[in-house]
Design a protein around this ligand. Structure first.
Ligand SMILES: CC(C)(COP(=O)(O)OP(=O)(O)OC[C@H]1O[C@@H](n2cnc3c(N)ncnc32)[C@H](O)[C@@H]1OP(=O)(O)O)[C@@H](O)C(=O)NCCC(=O)NCCS
Length: 180
């Protein structure tokens, strides 16, 4: 599926995006904030496209008229008892290449994914987490209308081999509808 906003096209990831993905995902200001390692080469980026970014509701964020991914956003549907995400709970995740921070691009993409999730997919609740200290992500979630749900004091961040505190927010269809 392809989604569109004023400035963006959100479309599925493809093998050919490997070099574009590597360009932004090698930056150590991106992945570790979200719990994954900076990419080490294009081969690794290609493997990530095939394994992690291949989900049906995972989208490459492209500026209109370029077709070059500058970030990723999507919904995953994995129950996590340890983290307090229920079986029917969709979770929003996102990141953006550093040169594109501070322009409202992540906000614009997240608003469209929420619309898509609630109106097209008929979801009832969407969850979104951030690690303690990730103020940009916290702010983005607040702007989107997410509210605090619970905190996990010791979430195992497997890829980074460490434990972190994560805060989990939610937004229900009813709350989303009030403001959209
Ligand atoms: C989290 C992340 C996506 C946020 O990106 P961002 O660019 O700061 O987010 P936004 O799209 O909300 O942009 C916010 C800023 O753009 C500015 N802006 C410009 N035009 C705007 C517009 N039309 N609408 C909204 N904000 C706009 C605002 O000033 C705003 O800054 P402020 O909130 O301090 O006022 C980014 O920092 C990132 O990729 N981090 C690393 C990975 C990560 O942490 N992922 C999340 C894991 S939980």
């Amino acid at each position: 599926m392809i989604l569109e906003t004023e400035r963006l096209i959100l479309r599925g990831w493809r093998d050919e995006d490997a070099s574009g993905l590597f360009k932004y995902a090698k930056d150590d200001r991106v992945g570790p904030s979200a719990g994954w390692l900076p990419h080490k080469d294009e081969k690794y980026s290609k493997a990530v496209i095939r394994t992690v970014l291949s989900g049906e509701e995972t989208y490459a964020i492209c500026l209109k008229g370029t077709d070059e991914p500058i970030g990723s956003i999507g919904l995953t549907f994995r129950e996590s008892k340890e983290r307090g995400i229920p079986k029917d709970g969709a979770e929003l995740g996102y990141w953006l290449g550093v040169p594109f921070w501070g322009q409202g691009i992540a906000f614009e993409a997240a608003k469209e994914i929420l619309r898509h999730g609630f109106l097209d997919l008929g979801l009832k609740t969407i969850y979104c987490a951030y690690f303690e200290g990730n103020e940009r992500s916290k702010k983005l979630q607040q702007k989107c209308g997410f509210t605090y749900h619970h905190t996990n004091k010791k979430t195992h961040v497997i890829m980074l081999g460490e434990y972190r505190t994560e805060h989990i927010n939610t937004i229900s269809w009813g709350d989303w509808k009030k403001n959209n």
